[in-house]
Design a protein around this ligand. Structure first.
Ligand code: GLN
Ligand code: ZN
Length: 764
């Protein structure tokens, strides 16, 4: 008999109940007991949703983050929060976000706020975790209370629990040594706490523990490989069975390492790693369980169940009871329940599966394997109809788009002349001063703007009224920029709620859910649009707004677009063609917009690629392939314009060291990046590479309410000028200003403009 299980369930709730409960607690509007009760209620509901499984995950629920939970379990709290006298949950929030609630921090009589823990991306997902902090002196102490409490709840509910923990090697790998010490030196101190934890769980009657080691799908240095052997030898005699879980990709060169670790079972990603399974089977010893992640835990598409069964049946035959099946990874990365969707187009809905539906698919697979396919004939037929419907749908397949893509050639991505020649023509036309000033695109999204958009979406005002209101906001942005004396204007993006959704809504091939929320960090969620079909732009998307803004302005107005790579990386995308193909379709659509803007007389066009870097694959050996098609897509989008048209791009970070050649290869005339907090040191990558085009290093940290002084900006720009020739420097904020208020933006930009004047007079 095949066993079914799940690696983790989304905890935010089908209607984002956890988000609202957290935020209400943090504001002091509800009690800690109410928050804890809501947590328990969600766990109960989610176990109920998973009750058909043979084993359900326990400990995957976190009030903020599962990595932070693990830090608390291991007693690894940063020094700055030790000695807190209040409730442990409040202290947990202090690590996560710098404070819990005002009242709770005051009551605990400690100084209130602390520095929040650093956050970073969880592998290649859009989820962000709180980075564990280490020093050479870090000690660990077991606190199993959270796990034990949830275990007791699960048992009381009558499900068969499988506690989920992060493994010791991945835990160390995810953290940061604050003092530069070697993290692996802590392994000796860490392992006894894991032993104690496993013994504690065993004492509660736990049979299986899922121990997550996803860094096994990344490239590992020899000392980290060794750490795996050492760690699992150490845990070998613990009185529980360990299911070592890997996910998010292929084991490849780590296959032998993973297979030989002395654990009772191994879970592998059988969506991204199918070709690896055969050789893996040959290595797997006959007493080990093999758990295959056959349902994609990262996307929202229905699984082709017959295809999976064709592949699984011989394996089930071979493995017998040793075969387990599950989603490929925790379902944290997909929305909860497709049944919540009331407005989604019926045909598209029939192609989708969210977390609950994915578990239903798993049950069908298991029944078919255990009892034969006739036991689930109806389900398999319905699945087949949906899969075939999607494959053949004219809404998915647009022959014109496919034909355009087949005709792509390198010329499309090639500017007419090299940068040095373009720069001369652009300078003659644009007549910008040295150190030109500009902003990144958005101006404050005021409550009034959001109110009007809300009314429009709710049908309370018509399109004409909405347009008038947005034009008034654009006019206001232009007036402010005239008064500030900026050199290059933006329209302010009042009409956009989100830089991806805005374009998705106007492109064919995109759909939007109502409740398709996925946790991004803490209480924050995103609702990625769904790219389901060939991409076509039925009509111009931004031209009218930009033309209107330009008509009011005495200075050049930048056209403002989101680039294809960013649109792709922030969407749920198709699984029936490579990401690169979807990206190039987007590139062709946005290219048309670029050309329409140019035709309308727009002389500068900014194409934001905020998410280009975050699309990098987990393995460095696969970076170049990604960068090649990502850069090619950008070039297709941008480079059809005349030499005189100036192309800008923007990225919200500045670690370019290892990808600078690709960034240069995008060949944008101007790139604006985030640098203000790094004191311009990150420009070294551009300096060392001799980056040939223009750069606007951010001088205003838009994440902070602080107003940068003129002096500070001058100092930053002088540091920049030590690295980049002054005639190629621009002066601008780190990113868009949509989250700031006008009362902050005006003085900050006033200082920025004065600083630029000062620089013109004093530098070069
Ligand atoms: N143009 C966008 C803005 O100004 C860019 C946002 C981003 O890079 N994340 O808001
Ligand atoms: Zn940005």
């Amino acid at each position: 008999m095949v066993t079914t299980h799940n690696l983790g369930f989304p905890r935010i709730g089908a209607k984002r109940e956890l988000k609202f409960a957290l935020e209400s607690y943090w504001k002091g509007q509800s009690s800690r007991d109410e928050l804890k009760a809501l947590g328990a209620q969600l766990r109960r509901r989610h176990w109920q949703d998973q009750s058909a499984l043979d084993l359900v995950p326990v400990g995957d629920f976190a009030f903020y983050d599962q990595v932070l939970d693990m830090s608390f379990t291991l007693g690894n709290l940063p020094e700055r929060v030790q000695g807190f006298h209040g409730d442990a949950l409040d202290n947990y929030f202090r690590v996560a976000r710098g404070r819990s609630t005002h009242a709770a921090d005051e009551q605990a009589q400690c100084c209130g706020g602390v520095a929040a823990g650093e956050m970073t991306k969880w592998f290649d997902t859009n989820y962000h975790y709180i980075v564990p902090e280490f020093t050479a002196a870090t000690e660990f102490n077991l606190d199993a209370s959270r796990l034990l409490e949830q275990l007791a709840e699960a048992k009381a509910q009558g499900v068969r629990p499988k506690p989920v923990i992060i493994g010791p090697v991945t835990y160390l790998a995810l953290g940061k040594a604050k003092d530069g010490s070697h993290k692996l030196a802590l392994l000796d101190r860490l392992l006894p706490v894991y032993v104690e934890l496993l013994e504690t769980l065993a004492a509660q009657g736990v049979e299986w523990v899922q121990i997550d080691e996803p860094i096994l799908v990344t490239e590992l240095d020899a000392d980290w490989q060794q750490a795996f052997n050492f760690a699992y030898q150490h845990l070998k005699n613990c009185p529980v069975k360990l299911l070592l879980a890997t996910y998010f990709g292929q084991l490849l060169e780590n296959r032998r390492l993973a297979v030989n670790l002395p654990v009772a079972g191994l879970h592998v990603d059988a969506v991204n790693d199918r070709v690896d399974i055969e050789p893996l089977l040959n290595l797997l010893s006959v007493d080990k369980v093999l758990s295959l992640g056959v349902i994609n835990g990262r996307n929202i598409w229905k699984t082709d169940l017959s295809a999976v069964l064709d592949w699984l049946e011989p394996l089930a035959e071979q493995l017998g009871d040793r075969l387990w099946i599950a989603p490929s990874c925790s379902l944290l990365h997909v929305p909860v329940d497709l049944d919540s969707e009331q407005r989604l187009d019926g045909e598209i809905k029939s192609w989708l599966a969210f977390a609950k539906q994915k578990l239903d698919e798993l049950a069908v697979l298991a029944t078919s394997l255990n009892q034969g396919c006739d036991a689930v004939r109806d389900e398999l037929d319905a699945n087949h109809t949906a899969i075939a419907g999607r494959r053949d749908s004219p809404r998915v397949n647009n022959p014109a788009v496919k034909a355009a893509l087949a005709k792509l050639d390198a010329k499309l991505g090639q500017r007419q002349s090299p940068y040095t020649q373009r720069a001369v023509k652009q300078a003659a036309l644009l007549k910008l001063p040295k150190f030109p000033t500009t902003t990144i695109g958005s101006f404050p999204q005021t409550p009034e703007i959001r109110q009007v958009r809300h009314q429009f979406k709710a049908g309370e005002i018509d399109e004409a009224a909405y347009k008038v209101a947005m034009q008034a906001e654009i006019a206001r942005s232009v007036r402010e920029q005239e008064a500030l004396g900026l050199d290059v204007f933006v329209h302010g993006e009042a009409e956009r709620n989100d830089m991806v959704e805005y374009f998705g809504e106007q492109l064919e091939g995109y759909a939007f859910s109502q409740f398709g929320w996925v946790q991004s960090y803490g209480s924050r969620c995103v609702k990625p649009p769904i790219l389901f079909g060939d991409i076509r732009r039925p009509k111009a998307m931004t031209v009218e707004w930009i033309k209107y803004a330009q008509s009011l302005a005495s200075k050049p107005m930048k056209g403002m677009l989101t680039g294809p790579v960013t649109i792709l990386n922030w969407s749920f995308v198709r699984d029936d063609q490579p990401r690169s193909v979807s990206c190039k379709q987007l590139a062709l659509a946005i290219r048309e917009e670029v050309l329409d803007l140019e035709k309308a007389g727009v002389r500068m066009i900014q194409i934001d690629e905020a998410a280009l870097r975050e699309g990098l694959p987990l393995r460095k050996s696969q970076w170049q392939e990604y960068l090649d098609w990502a850069v090619e897509s950008f070039r297709i989008t941008a480079n059809g314009v005349a030499d005189e048209t100036q192309i800008h791009t923007h990225m919200c970070y500045s670690e370019f060291n290892d990808i600078i050649a690709s960034i240069a290869n995008m060949d944008a005339d101007v790139i604006t990046i985030e640098t203000s907090r790094s004191d311009m040191e990150l420009l070294d990558a551009f300096d060392d590479f001799n980056y040939p085009n223009e750069i606007g290093p951010g001088v205003y940290d838009i994440h902070s309410p602080n107003i940068p002084t003129q002096d500070h900006i001058v100092q930053l720009m002088k540091k920049a000028a030590e690295r980049i020739p002054a005639e190629r420097l621009w002066v601008n904020p780190d990113c868009g200003l949509k989250t700031r208020q006008w009362s902050e933006v005006i003085p900050a930009l006033t200082n920025m403009v004065t600083a630029a004047k000062n620089l013109r007079a004093t530098v070069g």
